[in-house]
Write a protein that binds this ligand. Structure first.
Ligand code: MG
Ligand code: ZN
Length: 192
């Protein structure tokens, strides 16, 4: 099968509400138009892949089992609304906090592109025709590192980052969107 495009999606602040560390599935709050955004991607034949930094693991705030339960709940909630995620990729590391094995300088903590590279190789994705949607400058930088387009959403930390800190961004976004659905519509429009 020929490599297909993907939209990589940050989790906290982009797909779900930014509520701090999500240490229980019940803390997960889907943003209002997220399920529709995923359904649009599914219909357009674009892979929908979550890429998320979860330093709460390295810091010892929650276990890998809890993280797995939270992400399973995310997948289930979307499925209930007719949306399919093609993959969920997590960086559980932190370079200086906590203890090994999670305390390490890894190649997957955004802004590094390791999660995107791993997903591309495992799922057969064309990074040059892909995009990443996130609410932080580190998300944009990860996209830039693999030649994917970058979209900043104004949900989560996005509004504050854009209004007050955009001069400090290592990489300007290719597009600024109200939310994930708005971002996905921009991607799909651009392909027509
Ligand atoms: Mg985020
Ligand atoms: Zn990592």
């Amino acid at each position: 099968m020929a490599p297909r495009p993907a939209v990589f999606i940050d989790r906290d602040g982009t797909l779900t509400d930014e509520v701090g560390y999500v240490n229980h599935p019940k803390r997960l709050r889907m943003l209002p138009r997220s399920a529709e955004a995923i359904r649009r991607l599914n219909k357009a034949g674009i892979a929908a892949v979550v890429v998320t930094n979860q330093t709460g693991i390295a810091r010892g705030y929650f276990s890998a089992e809890v993280l797995a339960a939270v992400n399973a709940s995310l997948v289930a909630q979307l499925k209930e609304e007719g949306g399919h995620l093609d993959g969920v990729y997590v960086c559980p590391h932190h370079p200086t906090e906590g203890a090994p094995p999670y305390r390490m300088v890894c190649d997957c903590r955004k802004p590094k592109p390791g999660l995107l590279l791993r997903a591309a190789s495992e799922l057969g994705l064309d990074l040059g025709r892909s995009a990443l949607v996130g609410d932080k400058p580190s998300d944009l930088a990860a996209a830039g590192a693999v030649g994917a387009r970058s979209i900043l959403v104004l949900t989560g930390y996005g509004l504050g980052e854009w209004e007050y800190r955009r001069d400090a961004f290592p990489l300007a976004p290719d597009h600024v969107a109200e939310d994930l659905l708005d971002a996905v519509e921009w991607v799909i429009e651009g392909r027509r």
